[in-house]
Design a protein around this ligand. Sequence first.
Ligand code: SF4
Length: 378
Amino acid sequence: MAIGLYIHVPFCLQKCNYCDFISYPYDVDLAASYVYALEKEMALHTVNMRSDHRTVKSIYLGGGTPTVLTGEHLTAILDYCRSYFTLTADAEITVECNPGTVDSAKMVEIRKAGVNRVSIGVQAYQQKMLSRLGRIHNWREVVEAARSCKEAGFDNLSFDLMFGIPGQSQKNWRETLDRVIELTPQHVSAYNLKIEPDTPLHRDVVSGYLVSCDEELELEMYWYAIDFLTGHGFTHYEISNFAQPGREARHNLIYWNNEEYLGLGPAAHSMMNSHRFSNLESVELYINRLNKNESVIHKLNSLTREEQISETVFLGLRLISGLDLTAFEQRYGKSFSELFGDKIKKLTAQGLIEIEENRVRLTAKGLPLANEVFAEFI
Ligand code: SF4
């Protein structure tokens, strides 16, 4: 079966206050060495790879901020992908971009290189919220980024938004959604901000300088986003994701369907041949190792059959349409009810899941309690 490729671009112009992703300050020479190392990593992976694993149905350049790279470097990465892998004719190729790192010439260049989807890190409308998050951009740059993408010929734009920001009101959130809709995206991701330890935002909350968002308000914001976006023609297809018809993120569907993907770049994660593995995090070490043609895999975990089943269940339950029980039985040789009869009874009685038309899914009551439901299957 064709796989997905995730390419981690570990550079940003500035660290955001809530960020715990692996990213380093952008440096043009380091970036050039990184791009060169990526090719070496592709060569190492593909030397003995099964041919079906070399067939790629989606590429996702995430970060970090992929658009800090030059158009030339982004094009080179996609050229390497094409020389080491076979892309399906309809492959989805997404680049994450942050406003403030986008210009028309770069977007034209990457469109020509085959990128057909752009995911823009918008987060919020209000400058106060953007500053609180430590974002480098303002709303004008969001509008300019969307315009540059459209002028370059992109017709598949996704916007990332955040709710539950300390100090954010329901009015702020509604205003963000109103302004975003004016920019006519095909896809919206609405994430509940999680304040991670060891981040400036966490320190601000612990010190009392900021007050974290009330859980009830977060829930109101979530329900509002569902009502608002579905009212504007979007399908709510995953816990945090909304798409216009046919514009679901095909790359992310690989994760939620627990299919195989290969992660390249520092800290990238992979799931191949029933193994989860991840690369070392340091970009310098990543480059040094690959310059010596050495592996950069840092952690490798062979999944038992039970672990694979658990993952398929809780990832599938993230989808609003739920997990296809016929496909599940074909994949594992046992029915869902045979394996999880007691849990199904318990969660159904609690009104957290339902089984209909041979799919198991979270109910409206179960949606905000998804993590508790998932825990039952781990
Ligand atoms: S742009 Fe993204 S990856 Fe970069 S610092 Fe901000 S949140 Fe982290």
